[in-house]
Design a protein around this ligand. Structure first.
Ligand SMILES: Cc1cc2nc3c(=O)[nH]c(=O)nc-3n(C[C@H](O)[C@H](O)[C@H](O)COP(=O)(O)O)c2cc1C
Length: 385
């Protein structure tokens, strides 16, 4: 199948990846109500068709946190991407660079920031989870700065991971010893392309950035369990000062859904925030990102730069988010599916699709510049949100 849309990449990833990995990417927490809302609420926003306008000159470029993007999209931090494609973070970072958009490297990436640099990828945005060992965290931030990263994405909605039922059902979490090995073996041999490409040729499969802090772990799931037990739950807004002392570039707080928190982010001195519920993977039942966005944009849009993620599956979704107050969107699953489906070429292809969809949506709404996108692009009567 040749992919025409993000949902096609999802289907291709489902076929190619071991079940444990596909379910890990695709799933959300608990009953997945928020995951479903992210998508459904974006779908429910109605664009406003306009005709007979000169749409011959389109400007899709935008400057975010001092960086020029070829379109208002970035690759969200996604853990373990090096399990979905061989040295997956490198492949995705190169695809992002080719499309002129930023790639954000997760604290829980398989590849390190140094590996990205050695492979010739431009310095990524760096995503931070604060773990208990502060001196290690300080060192990690220094490494990212030394490798040229400028934008820090500080994720604040994961002091503990939400329960993901699919990971238990697939055997990704919970199994130990022989049952774990047998599950892994069976999953691997029934997905030979992945087995050859990633499992055999894509090693080492450690969480590169945290590997130095973890002793005695061999399997990726051991790493994840160690990380889950080591999130620093004492972190408050006051810790943004600590982050600032260790980072001299823009700081973006990721995982804000509430106006009060957005105001706190401004007071704490953040330069940006990502309206996000972690792709419906944390507190299930919270509202969708797209319905949280307008109020937050109204309240603090003049004070810092607002990004949003959650449920973005097309360029049309990107335009809807811009109309509701975001300066740019991050996509998570969209690139993880594409990476799993076919590595760097597929991620590049997916980004071309998003761009083409955004372009068409701009033309048909009469929007010539993404920087001018506003509520006038939406059909208020037809939107449920
Ligand atoms: C498989 C997977 C792993 C993720 N890992 C991280 C992570 O390590 N750090 C982080 O801040 N967010 C992580 N996220 C959340 C994404 O950054 C982003 O908020 C979310 O995927 C957006 O929703 P979408 O997948 O609907 O685009 C992850 C999401 C997925 C799907």
């Amino acid at each position: 199948m040749r992919a025409a849309s993000v949902s096609d990449f999802r289907e291709l990833a489902r076929r190619r990846l071991p079940r444990v990995l596909f379910e890990y990417i695709d799933g959300g927490s608990y009953a997945e109500a928020t995951l479903a809302r992210n998508v459904a609420d974006l779908e429910a926003v109605a664009l406003r068709q306009r005709v007979m306008r000169d749409v011959s000159q389109l400007d899709m470029g935008v400057e975010v946190l001092g960086q020029k993007l070829a379109m208002p999209v970035g690759l969200a931090p996604v853990g373990m991407a090096g399990m979905y494609g061989r040295r997956g973070e490198v492949q995705a970072a190169k695809a992002a660079a080719g499309a002129g958009v930023p790639f954000c490297l997760s604290t829980l990436g398989i590849c390190t920031v140094e590996e990205l640099a050695r492979a010739g990828a431009p310095p990524p945005w760096f995503q931070l989870y604060i773990l208990k060992d502060r001196s290690y965290m300080r060192e990690l931030l220094q490494r990212a700065r030394a490798a040229g990263s400028r934008v820090l994405v500080f994720t604040v909605d994961l002091p503990t991971p939400g329960a993901r039922y699919r990971d238990v059902r697939s055997g990704f979490t919970g199994l130990k010893g022989l049952p774990a090995v047998l599950n892994q073996l069976q999953d691997g041999i029934t997905h030979p392309t992945w087995l050859w490409d990633v499992w055999l040729r894509g090693r080492p499969h450690t969480l590169g950035s945290v590997a130095g802090a973890v002793q005695g772990s061999r399997r990726v799931t051991d790493f994840l369990a160690w990380v889950a037990a080591n999130f620093d739950r004492t972190v408050t807004w006051a810790d943004l000062d600590w982050v600032r002392q260790n980072w001299d570039g823009p700081i973006v707080v990721k995982g804000v859904l509430d106006v009060a928190d957005a105001r706190d982010a401004v007071r704490a001195g953040a330069q940006g925030l990502v309206v996000s519920n972690h792709g419906g993977r944390q507190l299930d039942g919270v509202r969708s990102s797209i319905t949280a966005l307008p109020k937050i944009a109204d309240a603090v849009g003049g004070d810092l730069e607002i990004l949003m993620d959650g449920g973005v599956r097309s360029g049309l979704d990107v335009l809807k988010a811009l109309a509701l107050g975001a300066k740019a969107c991050l996509v998570g699953r969209a690139w993880a599916y594409a990476l799993g489906a076919g590595g760097e070429p597929a991620v590049s292809h997916m980004l071309r699709i998003l761009r083409a969809e955004l372009e068409t949506a701009m033309i048909l709404t009469g929007c010539c510049s993404v920087r001018d996108a506003g509520l006038e692009l939406l059909d208020g009567d037809a939107s449920r949100s």
